[in-house]
Design a protein around this ligand. Structure first.
Ligand code: DGL
Length: 290
């Protein structure tokens, strides 16, 4: 009996000492749109946000480069004590998630988990579109991967999916150039392209985590009756559900309500931009991804 109690105590101590923040990764500022929704729903957890701003954008890079960068970022977040990492980046989710989950994690660290943002977004789409014609606005990498088409086809084979790559949108956000007529030109052009490809679209998914920062402008240029979907709240509810279904992972996530911001670029710039996007004061630290 005593032995059993000691074993339980040791196990609990081990679990407690292994706790760490939930990692949230993006190529830059976009993942903040996911983090803010996650924190609204799950404020009790600690988070560690990593923005690879020095190497953003990822969107037009090759599979090999995106995979390598994402793997390095995930490894860095594991080193920060995270047991669970959210790829708050569609490009990384489309190009690197499956390989990391299936090939790398089992040998690398079978007790850690990496989740993406595409699946939670596609799961809810069937209940939103009425015309069954959905548009995806995303980076070149995400569009070329056909990840959204494949995931939606698995869940809702009756839905027609049309993609449009918007390669300028992320640089507009990363460089804080999105509030002017030059930006509007590119936004309007991509919107009119996608609606010309399929005029029956009634739902547009912002399939890049940077795009919610442009959401008001996007909505302003669309005809009536088109619903614009930002992913954050869907990713947040999916994470909540995941933690409920995986108490062993939940036990590894520390609960102090803190957020640590790491950036591979200038921390001063990150702080300024993050405060603008999040509407609250943040302190960012410079971080070198090895
Ligand atoms: N936020 C990333 C995404 O969701 C942007 C990728 C990029 O850096 O181009 O795809």
């Amino acid at each position: 009996m005593l032995l059993l109690r000691e074993a339980f105590f040791l196990h609990r101590t081990k679990l407690m000492s292994n706790t760490g923040p939930i990692g949230v990764f993006d190529s830059g500022y976009g993942g903040l749109t996911i983090l803010s929704e996650i924190r609204k729903l799950l404020p009790q957890y600690d988070y560690c946000y990593l923005g690879d701003n020095a190497r953003a954008p990822y969107g037009s890079r090759s599979f090999e480069v995106i995979y390598e960068f994402t793997k390095q970022a995930v490894s860095a977040l594991f080193d920060q004590g995270c047991s669970l990492v959210i790829l708050a980046c569609n490009t990384a989710s489309a190009k690197a998630l499956r390989t990391i989950q299936q090939k790398d994690l089992p040998s690398w660290n079978p007790n850690k988990r990496v989740l993406g943002v595409i699946r939670p977004t596609t799961e809810m789409i069937g209940s939103i579109t009425k015309s069954r014609h959905v548009g995806i606005l995303a980076t070149e990498g995400t569009i070329q991967s056909f990840s959204y088409n494949l995931e939606i086809a698995k869940l809702f084979p009756d839905i027609e999916v049309t993609g449009e790559a918007c390669p300028i949108w992320v640089p507009l956000v990363e460089n804080c150039l999105y509030e002017n007529e030059g930006a509007d030109y590119f936004i309007k052009q991509n919107l009119s392209n996608i609606l010309a490809k399929d005029s029956l679209i009634d739902t547009l998914i912002l399939g890049c985590t940077h795009y919610p920062i442009l959401a008001d402008r996007i909505k302003g240029f669309l005809p009536e009756g088109i619903t614009v979907i930002s992913q954050g709240s869907y990713v947040a509810s999916s994470l909540k559900d995941y933690l409920k279904r995986h108490p062993e992972m939940d036990a590894n996530c520390s609960k102090g309500g803190s957020v640590k911001y790491l950036t591979t670029e200038s921390p001063q710039r990150f702080t300024q931009m993050a405060e603008r996007f999040l509407g609250e004061a943040v302190i960012a630290q410079h971080f070198v991804i090895a």
